[in-house]
Write a protein that binds this ligand. Structure first.
Ligand code: ADP
Ligand code: ZN
Length: 760
């Protein structure tokens, strides 16, 4: 299987040119639904020269020979006389995937243990497959042989106008266009077709208008010396015409984006394209604007686009019509014909990982694509993932550093506020400590702006009866409900289950139910009460539901109308507002104690990133971090802006337990509505996994099954099994061996998450 797959596309040129009588052209097809394994079909002579890998075809499947759509992934000539079914017809006129992209999808299928057909459907946007924004219509042409016949015919004036119009066109025209040009209905054109003068052909055409992107406006910045060194490293990599990965570790505000822009200018100058991947394009409108202002033809891909928009961008990119593609994770699949560089900004972000199948990480897919296309990959972050950092240690990646902010602006001073002391002396009540209150007063009086981060939405995050101790929980998930003041509802943050907030205990009818725990709504109320003279705005997924609300909120903050911005991690990243002189982290510990081996890393990243939102202007800035764990290594390193210190402390712990980056990991989650049934199936998988690993003589760990940290979700009980070991391919093989012939009981489902980031 392995050897065969590797030779998939090393097809000799034009096998159909060889005229051996027994020779047949064989297409290997992958079905996107139904059977997962590839099937060989004979290509009938009429399709020779038309069919190519990456196209969709229709082919008979099963006993009934039902015609089903499939992807042609390979063409080869074969001498064997084994009878094969025949490909029926082509769906696409052109290939949807280049040979390189087909190989990438094949790699993803193997690496993420996802059926190849499903990977392809995830890579080619549905709008492209459905040809959204195009319509099928009759195209009319005047064939050459018609001219001879026309000499002997008498045409009406309308017919003459139609013929004249078509005679002047090289390509067929949509019928409505011909009718408009001739000033008639489609009737006379159809008459001409019946007489055999003009010909019809069904074709698709773009029925939605092209939006144009604004022209580039010059805004050239001279790079400082650190930036120049970073650019030199990338330029060297570009010149080498070979793949290499560069990790750019630059503190917040060090000018990383500016380096990307200069590097891309190099790439574009040579007529090649660049892909820039960002965590969430709609959260960073500033990034989009910066690229648009530097490069004329930028395609932006994001999740809020219509199918038709996405299809148009895709086609424009495939036709080499854009120089730069900026987008979220799926933009890694942009069909750039001559890719020169991939940049992945904020490479540590979770959002690069897709949480539905195929569960790919755009960072790792970008690496694979850059390798295959022999181009550099640039990863950038102020807080690199330990996975990437470790690869600079081993020499796989090249490290370049931007240790200073632009114009030598100092990094903000970070001070911890020990909440243990605060809560002991009970002088301050509420979410804002005395120290934070004083800091905010001073910053606001001096004309500055304040950002307050709290990574929990809602009003009260804990609803409990003091009489009987009952905690209000979601009936479908093992999760406490959060009180939201809007509509006075108790809401499950996992499945959106809602009930009116109870005034008395549903269990013991006690009338004084407690609403505790701090969410952004309550924080906002407290800020409004304490700082009534200043406008405050809250940004979280509850307030940012409407399209455009994000840009409106950020522009109100930029204009200085809003002085205090309260929000979840949504406001922690990427924003560049010079007038922010104070950042308050209301509770740095929210992620610190989660059952996730990356909990410390996440905390370090979040605090460092939000701290980076201040001190970006001439006024400087300060950060106050409220925490119950001021001595935790992650918090201490964030206070010192010291990534190397954090990494040095954390890596040995990862190594000890063979966690990434020192081992590969696969997480299996089994879920089902009946707890014992799901548990038993998880047990069965774990037993088989252990046996498979033993048989292969592998030293790997199988943890579990155990109830997942979120033990129940949307009515399903969840169990997890964790596989860890040095050799990722061997782990995947063990999962295949253990599960290939295994059928889950009814209503039980299971998934394998390779290189997981979500451990809940
Ligand atoms: P990062 O991506 O590292 O957070 P940015 O590239 O966004 O940093 O740069 C931060 C700010 O500094 C931006 O406003 C940018 O325009 C500005 N900047 C970056 N490099 C330079 C430079 N060489 N000269 C002047 N301003 C710069
Ligand atoms: Zn729920």
């Amino acid at each position: 299987m392995k050897a065969e797959q590797q030779s998939l596309f090393e097809m000799n040129p034009a096998p159909w040119d060889q005229d051996d009588a027994r020779e047949q052209l064989v297409a290997t097809l992958i079905f996107s639904r139904g059977p997962q394994q590839p099937f060989d079909y004979r290509v009938p002579d009429r399709l020779r020269g038309e069919i190519s890998p990456g196209q969709r075809v229709r082919a008979p499947l099963g006993k009934s020979d039902r015609l089903v759509t499939a992807y042609c992934v390979r063409l080869a000539s074969s001498m064997s006389g084994a009878p094969l079914k025949e490909v029926d017809s082509l769906v696409d006129r052109q290939s949807l995937l280049s040979p390189a992209m087909l190989r990438l999808t094949e790699w993803m299928a193997e690496h993420y243990m996802c059926p190849w057909g499903q990977v392809i459907e995830a890579v080619v946007p549905s709008g492209v497959r459905a040809q959204a924004g195009t319509r099928q219509t009759q195209f009319v042409s005047l064939p050459n042989r018609a001219h001879a016949r026309l000499v002997h015919m008498k045409l009406t004036p309308t017919q003459q106008r139609i013929v004249d119009y078509l005679a002047g066109r090289a390509a067929p025209s949509p019928i409505v266009q011909v009718a408009r040009a001739a000033g008639c209905t489609v009737g006379p054109i159809q008459t001409l077709q019946k007489k055999g003068i003009v010909e019809f052909e069904l074709r698709r055409f773009d029925s939605s208008p092209i939006e144009d992107s604004p022209a580039a406006t010059e805004a050239h910045l001279e790079l400082n010396s650190d930036q120049r060194l970073a650019l030199d490293a990338i330029a060297t990599a570009l010149d080498s015409r070979a793949h290499s990965t560069i990790l750019m570790h630059g503190v917040t505000g060090s000018g990383k984006t500016e380096v990307y822009i200069h590097a891309i200018q190099e790439v574009v100058r040579f007529g090649r394209q660049a892909i820039v991947l960002v965590p969430e394009i709609s959260l960073t409108p500033q990034t989009e604007a910066r690229f648009r202002s530097r490069f004329g033809n930028v395609a932006v891909l994001h999740s809020h686009q219509t199918d038709a928009q996405r299809r148009r961008h895709w086609e424009q990119i495939a036709a080499a019509g854009v120089s730069v593609v900026v987008g979220a994770r799926s933009a890694v699949f942009a069909p750039t014909p001559n890719l020169g560089l991939i940049v992945l900004d904020e490479e540590h972000e979770n959002t690069f990982k897709q949480d539905t199948a195929p569960r790919y990480n755009a960072r790792d897919v970008a690496l694979e694509r850059a390798r295959a296309e022999a181009i550099p990959l640039v990863l950038g972050s102020a807080t690199p993932s330990l996975e990437s950092w470790q690869r600079t240690v081993t020499g796989e990646y090249r490290l370049v550093s931007l240790p200073r902010r632009v114009f030598d602006r100092p990094l903000p001073q970070v001070i911890t506020v020990d909440l243990r002391v605060e809560s002991r002396d009970r002088r301050s009540r509420g979410a804002i400590s005395r120290q934070l209150q004083l800091g905010m007063d001073a910053a606001l009086k001096a004309g500055g702006q304040v950002i307050l981060l709290l990574n929990r939405r809602g009003y009260s995050t804990h609803i409990q009866c003091p009489g009987c101790g009952l905690v209000m929980r979601c009936p479908h998930c093992a999760i406490g409900l959060t009180h939201h003041v809007h509509g006075d509802q108790a809401i499950c943050h996992y499945c959106d289950y809602q009930v009116p907030a109870p005034t008395e205990c549903p269990e013991c009818q006690f009338a004084g139910i407690h609403y505790r725990g701090l969410g952004t709504q309550r924080l906002e109320a407290e800020v409004r009460a304490r700082f009534s003279g200043y406008r405050c705005l809250r940004m979280d997924t509850d307030t940012m539901k409407k399209p455009g609300s994000h840009e409106r909120a950020l522009s109100a903050f930029r204009d200085g109308e809003v002085r205090i911005l309260v929000g979840t991690q949504m406001i922690a990243k990427g924003l560049d507002f010079p007038n922010v002189t104070l950042v308050g982290v209301v509770n740095a510990d929210t992620a610190l104690h989660l059952p996730d081996f990356r909990a410390a890393e996440r905390t370090f990243q979040l605090v460092t990133q939000v701290a980076g939102r201040t001190g970006r202007g001439e006024k400087g800035g300060r950060v106050l971090v409220q925490t119950f764990s001021p001595d935790h290594p992650a918090i201490m390193a964030a206070v010192r802006h010291d990534f190397a210190m954090f990494a040095a402390g954390e890596l040995p712990a990862r190594k000890k337990y063979e966690y990434p980056p020192f081992g590969s990991m696969i997480r299996l989650v089994v879920r089902g509505p009946a707890e014992p049934v799901a548990a038993e199936f998880a047990n069965q998988i774990a037993t088989r996994l252990r046996a498979a690993l033993d048989k292969a003589g592998l030293h790997s760990r199988v943890l579990g099954p155990a109830p997942a940290p979120i033990a129940k979700l949307r009515g399903n009980f969840r169990f997890q099994i964790q596989l860890q070991g040095g050799d990722g391919a061997a782990l995947r093989q063990a999962v295949r061996d253990a599960t290939d012939t295994l059928k889950p009981p009814e209503l039980v489902q299971w998934i394998a998450d390779v290189d997981p980031v979500d451990m809940l």
